[in-house]
Write a protein that binds this ligand. Structure first.
Ligand SMILES: NCc1[nH]cc(CCC(=O)O)c1CC(=O)O
Ligand SMILES: [Mg+2]
Length: 332
């Protein structure tokens, strides 16, 4: 550490001009760091807006080619798929999750056909498929662990068979990473990666996502018996340690911006590929201020994403992915 006293040391010298600022920058945000979550819906030529997420759309499979074209051209490495299951297909056990022709699998096969080099991340949890909106099975009003894990492993295999490259369990059941890893390996999918939502908090910031999926109105109660308490930080390290031990290749912290401290601790303690999800509520919050003219759009987007890199993330799942990639391409 240089401690030379003023006036010999002037911190502002390295901020004097643009090229010097670039030379001394400690972190960068590139398009390689961006993962784009997309919502896929049933039907033909169907495109609907998510009202609480201005600019975010649900699109039917036949529109995926044009929907993804720019993202692919800009070099976004991967997309995360979220299916909108029609209410009449949901049931108490989330059976649709294991249907090889469900929306997620059909979308995955189509995207692989159209864009074979685009990485596909599949969310594993039962909430898009259950009529109660929970991520697992319910017995006597409680989301049960081990029986849920059995179905989640089948769901993961179903996705791997459809061409999903990275399985991303977001359910927060105990032991699901080990069960999924064992099931994948046994079925010959030993190179299918697992990005674990290892430290996922019971957060108010998922509200707009649940609107997008149509699971918000269905959800009975809350997810506090399986998602983490926002008060906790040591517990996040134990969750990550366990998932790594069970075979996770990458870990995720979620939500993002209110949990940058967790990201930094995970990075420092484990030095493994670490991701964060800038969730729907964060997007809604930023967009609301941007639309009001209260924040400068381009700068707010890029600064919010750079913060994840500074906190130690390899990459970020963000609804701003395409917008950010455009800005990066322009050299903003
Ligand atoms: N397994 C559900 C899931 N997967 C991703 C999100 C939230 C993503 C977002 O808010 O953008 C959620 C919501 C929840 O746990 O209720
Ligand atoms: Mg866990």
């Amino acid at each position: 550490m240089i401690t030379g006293a003023y006036p010999l040391s002037r911190a502002r010298r390295n901020r004097f001009d643009g090229f010097t600022r670039k030379l001394v920058a400690e972190t960068t945000l590139t398009t390689d760091n961006l993962i784009w979550p997309i919502f896929v819906c049933d039907g033909q030529n169907t495109r609907t807006q998510v009202s609480s997420m201005p600019g975010v759309e649900r699109v039917s499979i036949d529109l995926l080619e044009s929907h993804l074209e720019e993202a692919v051209a800009l070099g976004i490495p991967a997309v995360a798929l979220f299916p909108i299951t029609p209410p009449d297909i949901r049931d108490s056990k989330g059976r649709e999750a294991t249907n090889p022709d469900n929306l997620m699998c059909r979308a995955a096969r189509e995207i692989k056909r159209l864009y074979p080099d685009l990485g596909l991340i599949g969310d594993v949890a039962l909430d898009p498929y259950t009529d109660h909106g929970h991520d697992g099975l319910i017995e006597n009003g409680y989301v049960v662990n081990d029986a849920s894990v059995e179905i989640l492993a089948l769901q993961a295999m179903n996705q791997a068979a459809a061409g999903i490259d990275i399985i991303a369990p977001s359910d927060m059941m105990d032991g699901r990473i080990g069960a999924i890893r064992a099931a994948l390996d046994k079925a010959g999918y030993e190179n299918t990666r697992i990005m674990s939502y290892a430290a996922k908090y019971a957060s108010a910031f998922y509200g707009p996502f649940r609107d997008a999926l149509g699971s918000g109105g269905l959800l009975k109660g809350d997810k506090k018996t399986y998602q983490m308490d926002p008060a906790n930080t040591d517990e996040a390290l134990r969750e990550v340690a366990q998932d790594l031990q069970e075979g996770a290749d990458m870990v995720m912290v979620k939500p993002g911006m209110p949990y940058l401290d967790i990201i930094r601790r995970v990075r420092d303690n484990f030095a493994v590929p670490t991701f964060a999800y800038q969730v729907s509520g964060e997007y809604a919050m930023l967009m609301a201020a941007i639309q009001n003219g209260w924040l400068d759009r381009d700068r707010a987007i890029l600064e919010s994403l750079l913060a994840f890199r500074r906190a130690g993330c390899n990459g970020v799942l963000t609804y701003f992915a395409v917008e950010a990639a455009r800005l990066i391409a322009r050299g903003a």
